[in-house]
Write a protein that binds this ligand. Structure first.
Ligand code: 5AD
Length: 367
């Protein structure tokens, strides 16, 4: 399968690309339907103890003013999510030990007590005991991108803490055992990422049987060491383009047909207004509107010129509803949990997708 995925990543023939987009859209509709789940994003803190070479929040970046929201501010975001009809609150932050486990436990309990929202956490590599405590308090899902499946590249871009080897795939397994729905993903076009690496990343999505997959283009941040890295030779290096990101979204849909896949802010950032729309037409079924209070938005600068930094939640909401209407899609109702796998009859699979096969225990729709 790896060879076929790599060939599709390298595909440039417009007709064959149209085929890929169409198949991803068909599988999306057949497997997760026309609803687009809306997840309100709260950027809880931009403090970070790590030194990832691609990320603007990295600890050594002294050009950034740091902030952390109060519990009251998070609860206000949760109320707004309910008012706007969203089913999930995504609480994201840098890897910030200043977010105390007990404090967040109380916040999770409070959100759960006053709203019907599902809670997704995205807080980096925390202690198992903390992850377990938050799960018991009511957190439903956890997002932790493995960033790249190439161990050597991973070590280069995501230095471990002293004496503690970073193994995000192992953490994802433990999160699943704790009862979280798990999400992961990668950046597309990170300097040093080859086509073979990205093809392997996509295979790993299927092997991990992810409930959620987030992918976006790499965007260079001037205050990071990776900003001036030219990457691999032409023809080997994956470009950080809109088209390559869409190919990755489409292939993620084909290898994980029932996953929840967002049209990410990073995709919107490289392609203005139509980035999200493209993602939604090429396999994605989730939109994560930003609910972070306006005064902090610009400070959550993972990469520069992030889309939607100035949009008020209500304005953004109006725009997203217009996009959904244009695409003939409807806003999701309820929490938007990952759809349980339904094994289609082999006859139906043959009929719908001619070339569908089971490989390595998972179903895939790549030709
Ligand atoms: N460009 C694009 N995406 C980035 N991320 C971090 N830095 C960048 C960047 N410069 C992504 C990582 C991280 C997620 C929260 O944002 O994949 O997991």
């Amino acid at each position: 399968m790896n060879g076929q995925i790599e060939a599709l990543l390298r595909e440039e023939d417009p007709g064959r690309l149209e085929n890929l987009w169409r198949r991803a859209d068909e599988v999306r509709r057949a497997q997760v339907g026309d609803e687009v789940h809306l997840r309100g994003l709260v950027e809880l803190s931009n403090h970070c103890q790590r030194s990832c070479t691609y990320c603007g929040l990295r600890a050594p970046n002294r050009c950034l003013e740091r902030y952390r929201l109060s519990a009251a501010e998070v609860l206000a975001c949760a109320s707004q999510a309910v008012r706007l009809g969203y089913g999930t609150l995504v609480i994201q932050a840098g890897e910030d030990p200043g977010i105390e486990a007990r404090w967040l436990t109380e916040v999770i309990r409070a959100v759960k007590a006053i709203t019907p929202l599902a809670i997704t956490l995205s807080l980096g590599e925390r202690e198992d005991a903390e992850l377990r405590e938050w799960r018991s308090a009511g957190a439903d899902r956890y997002l932790l991108r493995f960033e790249t499946s190439n161990p050597e590249l991973y070590r280069r871009i995501h230095p471990s803490r002293p004496g503690r080897l970073s193994d995000r795939v192992a953490i994802l397994g433990r999160l699943r055992d704790m009862g979280y729905a798990i999400g992961s993903g990668v950046m597309v076009g990170i300097p040093g990422q080859s086509y073979a690496d990205l093809a392997r990343d996509i295979e790993l999505f299927a092997e991990l049987d992810l409930d959620m997959i987030g992918v976006g283009p790499y965007l260079a941040h001037p205050d990071t060491p990776l900003a001036n890295d030219p990457g691999l030779a032409d023809g080997v290096q994956v470009p950080a383009s809109e088209s390559m990101t869409c190919k990755t979204v489409a292939l993620a849909r084909l290898v994980c047909p029932r996953a929840n896949i967002p049209a990410t802010t990073a995709l919107a950032t490289i392609d203005g207004r139509s980035g999200r729309e493209l993602g939604l037409r090429r396999g994605a079924n989730v939109w994560m509107p930003n609910l972070t209070p306006q005064c902090y938005r610009a400070l959550y600068q993972i990469y520069p010129a992030k889309a939607g930094v100035r949009d008020e939640a209500e304005t953004h909401h109006g725009q997203l509803m217009a996009v959904l209407a244009r695409l003939g899609r409807s806003p999701g109702r309820g929490r938007g949990d990952a759809a349980l796998a339904v094994q289609p009859s082999s006859e139906q699979v043959e009929h719908d997708h001619g070339s569908t096969r089971a490989a390595g225990g998972y179903r895939w729709y790549v030709q």
